[in-house]
Design a protein around this ligand. Structure first.
Ligand code: UDP
Length: 195
């Protein structure tokens, strides 16, 4: 894959369309994935914080989430064609899930936002199979239940909307417990989508 090194992290040079195609192809080949849409805060945090950097290094795909990353790369003499944000990818993967009848799991946001998100997905994307959901205000005791649900239903996409750094930490720490699925941190996407 073509990438640019930004503050020690390999950031993909794929466009939005290429990114979605890549994720769907990897999924169809049965590959487990961890996608980080890295905004400047994420990249800077990883640069400053070794522990957080190890979480990001679990990802097989890091995209440039924001014009700041695109411009930052340019200053380093590198070219990234466009930003590939968490919200955009969330919407595009929902479309793909609806086209192909993929299953999804939603993790994160408040109960109210999660309910609204679920309702809207069912209305707009009737072919998506909702494998499960859990709000984002939980403690470690709930981890077991969430992990068990994902293991049981093996969703194709697991959208994790816990905000940074929690979402990357959660995915990196639990990834080894799953055999299947595309795990992607989508920040405040459920709030945007449901609002
Ligand atoms: N959130 C959560 N659990 C928490 C803290 C935050 O589920 O313990 C949710 C919050 O409700 C929101 C999302 O995580 O839906 C974070 O959105 P934000 O835009 O702050 O994240 P960013 O995209 O900046 O990382």
């Amino acid at each position: 894959m073509d990438y640019v090194n930004v503050l020690g992290i390999e950031v993909s040079r794929m466009t939005n369309e290429e990114t979605v195609n890549f994720i769907v192809e990897e999924l169809n080949q049965g590959k487990k994935q961890f996608v980080v849409t890295a905004n400047p805060e994420i990249l800077y945090r990883a640069y400053k914080n070794k522990e957080y950097l190890t979480y990001i290094q679990h990802a097989n795909l890091v995209t440039a989430d924001g014009i700041g990353v695109v411009k930052g790369a340019k200053i380093l003499g590198q070219y990234i064609p466009e930003r590939v944000t968490g919200v955009d990818i969330f919407y595009k993967l929902l479309e793909q899930a609806n086209l192909n009848g993929y299953s999804i799991y939603l993790l994160g946001a408040s109960e109210e936002v999660l309910e609204k998100t679920t309702h809207k997905i069912k209305t707009l994307y009737p072919r998506i199979q909702l494998a499960g959901k859990h709000h984002g205000f939980f403690n470690e005791q709930h981890d077991e239940k969430i992990v068990w649900e994902i293991q049981k239903h093996k969703p194709d996409f697991i959208f994790v909307a816990l905000g940074s750094p929690f979402q990357e930490k959660w995915i990196a720490q639990h990834l080894h417990q799953f055999e299947h699925g595309t795990f992607i941190g989508v920040g405040g996407s459920f709030d945007v989508f449901s609002g």
